[in-house]
Design a protein around this ligand. Sequence first.
Ligand code: PLP
Length: 422
Amino acid sequence: MNSRSETRSRELRARAVELTPGGVHSNVRLTSPSVFFDRGKGAWLWDADGNDYVDYLLGQGPNFLGHAHDEVITAVESAMRRGGVFGSQHVLENEAGELFLDSIGWAERVRFGVSGTEADQAALRLARAATGRTRFVRFEGHYHGWLDNVLIKTVDGVTGPASEGQLAHHLDDSIVLGFNDPVALARAFDEHGGEIAAVILEPMMCNSGAIPPENGYLQRVRELCTEHGAVLIFDEVITGFRLTLGGAAERFGVTPDLAVYGKAMAGGWPVSALAGRADVMDRFAAGVNHSGTFNSSVPACAAVTAALTVLRRDAPYQRVEEHGARLIDGIRKLGVDHDLPLRVQGLPMAFHVGFGDPAPVIDAAGLGRLDLKRYADLVPVLVDHGIWVAPRGIWYVSAAHGDSELAAVLERLDAALSAGGR
Ligand code: PLP
């Protein structure tokens, strides 16, 4: 694998930096090895030089069905022949909406959008309108998009803007707490209860680490929101349709008031959704603005319907879970074989690999005590050995991963750790 050719990728890289800042169209990609992919199918990717990669990043999550799923492609292709957007409703919308709501099970209304970032903004606006309050509680290490009021960085316990040019005062309305700490949340409500419109969280923290909620935590968050009249928003952009068909709400048995979805819901097509209780959501038809030229486009609705049809029919969740569990075991065993402090935590369909103390991490502060740099430094070696993953340590498993992918990734990881694990 390390005899990989790089000629075409090198040329593309050199040209890309002349065309776009840093050679990438999303800043998240600045930290990953710069690979120019030519195509993907199932759990595999091929770069511009013909090298193959077994993919455990899945485009940061969306390709839960694997790349280029035939049924999604057929549905999108045929939908696009009918047009894209009409500035009005079209006949594929209701089917997508019905399947969506039936799949998650708890919500009464849905609005489709394009990105998770904007759906999060819509959720916060809706919560403010519904409560007449301005502030919201959110958590260290949780990501809710790249806009000014939600992009944060915490250094030495102090939270502030994460980007130059970001308006710091846009963060004034957020109260930032540690995840998995019900006492801190209760205290925030005691001190600011009358001002808190919403609590927004990744019900399983995935953007940093892969940190499930501790037993009873989400239930306590639910109770406190209800008690203090705040809207509970689950950001299920990663967990939705991935942890199970009904996402984290179903997996952990806690029902939010609103939830935001994206990624796994449309077989790789760019679609997001905001779903929730009718009395809150219907404010969009009575004074609260949520708009978008491309919302519920024809191909987007076709992609949602196709992907959810496949997920409901094939029920891949147990298979994905088994693959992930065997992969985690394999990674841990290779850590022992290579005498490395390699640690894995999370759930089989979304887990975090890093170096450090094997004890479970429950929040962003704990994550900060791991040797995250050591793993990030290993990633270019993994990529050179044909494993596509990101420096932040998250690994995603898709419905397309099977025995041959498991054998391939463990063999490649073994070779990569021999080459560069120290
Ligand atoms: N919320 C969560 C939990 C996410 O993981 C992401 C993206 O990674 C977003 C929101 C933003 O979604 P998008 O990148 O589609 O704007």
